[in-house]
Design a protein around this ligand. Sequence first.
Ligand SMILES: Cc1cc2nc3c(=O)[nH]c(=O)nc-3n(C[C@H](O)[C@H](O)[C@H](O)COP(=O)(O)OP(=O)(O)OC[C@H]3O[C@@H](n4cnc5c(N)ncnc54)[C@H](O)[C@@H]3O)c2cc1C
Length: 447
Amino acid sequence: MLEDIKQISNPFIRAITSGLFLSTLVTIPASAAIFLVNAKNESTYKLIFYTSIVSATVGAVGGLAFGKRKHEASEAKIVSPLGDTDWKDWRKFVVDRKVKESDSITSFYLKPLDSGQIPNFTPGQFLTIQLDIPEQPKPVIRTYSLSDYSELSEYYRLSIKREPAPPETDLPAGIASNFMHDAIHEGSVILAKPPAGKFVLDTLGAEPAVLISNGVGITPMISMAKAVSLLNPQRHIWFLHGARDGSFHAFRDEVNEIAASNSNLHIVYCYSRPNLTDTGKFQHKGYVDANLIKNIVAPEIQSFCGSKDATYFLCGSASFMDSLRNGLREFGVSDDKVLFESFAKAKPKKSEQIQDIRQDGDSREIVFSKTGKTLNWNPSDGTILEFAEANEIFPDHSCRVGVCGTCACKISEGEVDYEENPTASVEQGSVLICISKPKNTRIVLNI
Ligand SMILES: Cc1cc2nc3c(=O)[nH]c(=O)nc-3n(C[C@H](O)[C@H](O)[C@H](O)COP(=O)(O)OP(=O)(O)OC[C@H]3O[C@@H](n4cnc5c(N)ncnc54)[C@H](O)[C@@H]3O)c2cc1C
């Protein structure tokens, strides 16, 4: 019975019930005693009456106190089932809200299924998610930038562009992005790893930052602009975004709203083919390129901040970033002032592949020890990941650009050559196979 009373969540009902329970418990045996001894004097009845009142009061107070302890316990459970440091691997998240941002981009607001806390992140970081997609031989892993920011994270927002099939080919459309758009709804559960990534903005820094994006590359930039506006609004930020026209421009209202409350956030939208309805909604007709930075943005930085020094953040299509990186270099911006994030790997041009084969023709042996396959790799086979996939070995991977670290695997013999420096942290004795090739005549990988 006591256990049943403990389960009552409303404190008043619990107090009344436990009061009645205790008073009944005292009054019944007392009445029985009166009946047996046949006590007829008034003081005995008074004693029984007062005993019932006292026991009812004690019961009610006890019920309240019981409840209070129980309530505190359940609150503590909600606050800290998982501290920031406990979450290292996959954790279940439920889609709390799904919001269409444009024809091709949809946002997903994720909350942990366990109702625990989620760690804050540094703006620019991403989440790695895992999806069980029917007809896929294994879970699909992808990385998505966190596209929102608040001082205390209560949810994570991912904004995902639907990847259509490349035109005039029979290649399939993007697996994960289409699945997210079509099959993941409010209430769906997906797995995610903690926020990671080094493409981050130090929110408390003082140097002006220029955030440059096109397409869905806008996602980390929103997070950066929001964070600085919240935590360090006196810092000057230039927000440059390129789109074909207004219908391709997601998050315009959201970014305009941030700028409306922060006069140090300077917006430059560039539309390459604006519609009539776009009049007044963009600042420049054309592309975001180094000329725009040289002729418009740099003079503005100089006039607001007294120097042209700034840190540049780039995120967008591969060709967009290549051209901006080269342009900034020509304009005299040193490489250490330019940070960039690639969402997709640029395909090497045919001529580069041929040159690669001519430069380095000898084959190397790769032992995939877990799979039990030993295969000969040639420079034309590409990265170790590409080579493995071509030989029906499918290691876990996601970004293919050395950013997310999903493809890290142990190497027990030999070394690899990286095509570019990995951005993800790589443990001693491990290598990232998505951007590397074998260095020695024989390497052994734990795949
Ligand atoms: C750090 C990071 C952050 C990211 N953040 C975001 C973000 O915020 N928002 C976002 O939308 N994306 C983001 N991405 C990209 C995202 O991770 C996925 O790469 C993207 O959603 C495509 O995944 P998919 O499974 O839909 O496409 P995939 O199935 O991986 O296909 C990718 C493309 O290749 C084409 N393709 C399919 N098969 C072949 C083939 N055999 N040969 C050549 N092409 C082929 C597909 O049609 C598609 O266009 C980010 C990536 C990284 C690395």
